[in-house]
Unconditional design. Structure first.
Ligand SMILES: Nc1ncnc2c1ncn2[C@@H]1O[C@H](COP(=O)(O)OP(=O)(O)OP(=O)(O)O)[C@@H](O)[C@H]1O
Length: 589
């Protein structure tokens, strides 16, 4: 209930983006008001034609200047005036739509930019929970719906409100009795509109949640299409998609039914109002108290009165949808789950002494410790190999060094300075990271390598490619270093992807390299190439290496065996590295 009450207010989520486009929105609003003024004049040429050109009524008062004009010319004049007013109305509408919708699109772009920036800086804990498809659906569909709300307020609400007031004033001056009769249906309509709005809001919240889940499922299945095909699970995938798709369809159909029910209700009520006015007004005409032209003007105005009333009730539906989406946009924009820097955070030291883990405790989930009382010192220039059973927390150690997650207890230090007090950007600049999954972008080989150092020149990239043995296979790619790799680097083998990731680390100027199982699942030849690449890339740098590969471990100065929570990491001398497998068998302690 509290959630639903929040919804209308949450449209203000677009507020900061709206402010910078206020002039364009204001221009759109002014154009809309002028357009309403023109629209209000539109019934008059018809009255002129009916009463004066056809009915022979004498022209006097404010129409006196037309006295003496022949009826046929008066008819042409009235017809011409209708065309002119309709043209001006149309041109004004075009200008309004261009101005207001253009501004809305720009607001959408800044809203998406703000969301993206926010999402990029949220903690990995948040990303671990949020499915990427769900996030994309918030960036696209939900932002779109918020914009629909902004547009509706500018180019529907304002003209409808101005039109309503304008028509009410004119009708009041023209025939207050008929106005009152026409308005009798409005309170009933307003009451029903309020109820309708609450229903739409509720069903739209469900619809957006289901659509988000569908986007999440779709992205997940498409990203893993190789696994789906390789395991011959296309039927299963189609079934999973189908279930979610059906859930979206069910809730959307419910929304359509709620929405559709409204149209006849509103129309019948408004028709009753018009019928009442027609009967009473017609009686006035029959009694000679009113001309046919005047009755036409009243009914035209009444139509103009009902149109905004109807528009305003529809607007409430658009705003209900926008409100449901705005809550989802707001969740992203206001999420404060991030690894944050303290005010005045220091620059991380240059790493000339060591990095240290002191009594570090860490858990991803409450009650499930991954590291407890973990201690490790790596001296500058040293190459340390971290081993241990799967799931023990080796990759986690690298994540904590990068400050991707904050430690729960203890400290991680660079040259004796706690990384918690250093700006995260500067901490990360001290490390070049080669993750288990090489994380290649849908870009060229050269761009992927240069990702490791924004200041890298083409020559630096080629040099890093040589160091990381990328040269060994680059000649076989159609455009060499300018070959596009496709999403996730699908066009490369596992070993080739790893070497590009190593080249990315090699091009970086960071003093320390973090390598996470860089030779895992490679054949001996590719593994040997990768080991060679690592040896070349790690010269004169401090290295922390996670691996089960004896050959790779052999390049380390020291091997550290990560133990179960509660025990301390144990270091061993390099000569013991040859005996790695045996020690692992003894229980990783
Ligand atoms: N993002 C996460 N959210 C929750 N738990 C996680 C997350 N990442 C890892 N874990 C858990 O933390 C523990 C340590 O994971 P980690 O990846 O550090 O192990 P590892 O020693 O590198 O394993 P492997 O050798 O298999 O790569 C595991 O039990 C894992 O299930």
């Amino acid at each position: 209930m509290v959630e639903r009450m929040k919804v209308p207010l949450s449209l203000s989520v677009a507020g900061p983006s709206v402010r910078s486009h206020t002039p364009a929105l204001a221009a759109g609003a002014i154009l809309v008001v002028v357009q309403v003024g023109v629209a209000l004049l539109r019934p008059w040429p018809l009255a002129l034609a009916v009463d004066y050109a056809l009915g022979g009524k004498p022209l006097s008062g404010h129409l006196g200047f037309l006295a003496g004009v022949e009826p046929a010319k008066l008819l042409i004049l009235a017809a011409g005036a209708t065309v002119v007013l309709t043209t001006v109305d149309g041109l004004l509408e075009m200008a309004t739509v261009r101005t207001a919708e253009g501004a809305a699109e720009r607001i959408g772009a800044s809203l998406r930019a703000a969301m993206f920036e926010r999402a990029m800086t949220r903690s990995l804990r948040w990303h671990d929970r949020m499915r990427s498809g769900e996030l994309v659906s918030r960036f696209t569909t939900d932002v779109g719906r918020v914009l629909d709300g902004v547009i509706a307020i500018t180019i529907s609400f304002l003209p409808d409100a101005v039109m309503l007031v304008g028509v009410l004033v004119l009708l009041l001056a023209f025939d207050p009795g008929l106005l009152l009769i026409g308005l009798t249906v409005v309170p009933v309509l307003a009451g029903l509109a309020v109820r309708q709005r609450a229903r739409i809001r509720a069903v739209e919240q469900d619809a957006r949640a289901e659509s988000g889940r569908l986007a999440g499922t779709t992205t997940d299945l498409l990203r893993n299409v190789r696994a789906v095909q390789a395991f011959a699970r296309t039927d299963h995938a189609t079934g999973e998609f189908g279930k979610q798709n059906q859930a979206v369809l069910d809730v959307e159909l419910r929304a359509v039914r709620v929405d559709a029910r409204w149209t006849p209700v509103a129309d019948v009520l408004l028709a009753i109002g018009s019928a009442l006015v027609l009967v009473v007004g017609g009686m006035h005409v029959l009694a000679g108290a009113m001309s046919i032209g005047q009755l036409l003007v009243v009914t035209a105005y009444l139509r103009d009165l009902y149109s905004p009333v109807r528009g305003l009730t529809r607007l409430s539906a658009v705003l209900a949808k926008a409100g449901a989406s705005a809550t989802r946009v707001q969740d992203v924009l206001e999420c404060d789950e991030a690894v944050t820097d303290r005010p005045g955070a220091w620059t991380a030291p240059p790493l000339i002494q060591d990095v240290r883990f002191e009594k570090v405790g860490f858990r991803y989930e409450p009650g499930q410790p991954v590291l407890e009382d973990f201690n490790l010192r790596i001296a500058a220039g040293e190459t340390v190999c971290l081993i241990g059973p799967s799931g023990i927390g080796k990759s986690t150690v690298l994540h904590l060094l990068l400050r991707l997650y904050e430690v729960n207890t203890g400290r991680v230090l660079i040259d004796g300075v706690n990384v918690r007090y250093c700006a995260q950007q500067t901490v990360r600049n001290r490390f070049a990271y080669v993750p288990q999954d090489p994380w290649l972008l849908d870009a060229t080989v050269a761009e992927n390598i240069a990702f490791g150092n924004p200041a890298a020149t083409r020559a630096d990239v080629l040099e890093a490619g040589r160091t990381a043995q990328v040269d060994e296979f680059i000649g076989r790619l159609p455009h060499g270093y300018d070959t596009s790799l496709g999403e996730g680097g699908v066009r490369l083998s596992g070993g080739q992807r790893r070497r590009i990731a190593i080249a990315r680390a090699a091009v970086s100027t960071a003093p320390m390299l973090l390598l996470d199982e860089p030779t895992a699942s490679l054949d001996p030849r590719s593994a040997a190439s990768v080991v060679k690449a690592i040896q070349a890339a790690t010269q004169h740098r401090t290295v922390l290496l996670v691996t089960h590969d004896q050959h790779l471990a052999a390049i380390a100065d020291r091997v550290v065996n990560l133990a179960r929570p509660g025990s301390t990491a144990r270091a061993s001398k390099p000569e013991i590295t040859a005996d790695l497998k045996q020690r692992e068998k003894r229980g990783g302690g």
